[in-house]
Write a protein that binds this ligand. Structure first.
Ligand SMILES: [Zn+2]
Length: 68
């Protein structure tokens, strides 16, 4: 029985859309993308700033080209 349950759980996970967000504008899955920005600190040194943003077809081009 544990074997069957494991298979069922795996299958359910693969076909599940839970956790996915579909953009209503472009109908594409919105993905979380990690961006690294350089930020100047007070001490005149550049500090990397990590940021998570949502990316879909709407802003994909801008994100990948660094405009966002
Ligand atoms: Zn979109």
């Amino acid at each position: 029985m544990p074997k069957g349950r494991t298979f069922t759980a795996k299958l359910a996970h693969e076909i599940s859309t839970e956790g996915k967000v579909i953009c209503p504008n472009c109908n594409t899955e919105i993905r979380m993308v990690k961006l690294i920005r350089a930020r100047q600190s007070k001490a005149e040194s550049w500090m990397p700033k990590y940021e998570f943003i949502r990316m879909c077809k709407c802003n994909e081009t801008d994100v990948l080209s660094g405009k966002v």
